[in-house]
Design a binder for this molecule. Sequence first.
Ligand code: SF4
Ligand code: SF4
Length: 133
Amino acid sequence: MHNLDINLLSEPVSRWLIHCNHFFKESRFCTQLIGKFRRLYLVNFRKGYVRKQLKRRKGECHQCGLCCTFLFTCPFLNRLRLCLIYGRCRPNVCKAFPIDQRDINEIRLCGGECGYSFDEEPLEDKKEIKKEA
Ligand code: SF4
Ligand code: SF4
């Protein structure tokens, strides 16, 4: 009888877990929320990694302004999609965007294409980053 109850429960629970997993993977809100915290963490506590990534970064910003609209539209973004505090007190986390391919993928999730790109990391660098983490 006890086993029967567990079996009855397990299917809805596993369906719910699959649904949650799918939601977190596909939800733009969750991706952007995690992305914001991730970048804040990297810029403040993984400065070496950020420096290395910025050296590796190629291309340029074409001022689409998409990265300024993650979760909410930044109040410093004007109607021409320009930053009102650019060159004055723009936060480091904005200066560093995109830090890596995950940030570029976030832009793609919003239907945009960032002007920056990254080369594939050499294998030894990937190992180094894992060790640092
Ligand atoms: S998404 Fe990329 S190209 Fe667009 S404003 Fe941000 S950094 Fe610039
Ligand atoms: S401060 Fe400037 S660069 Fe940073 S999100 Fe706002 S508008 Fe964009």
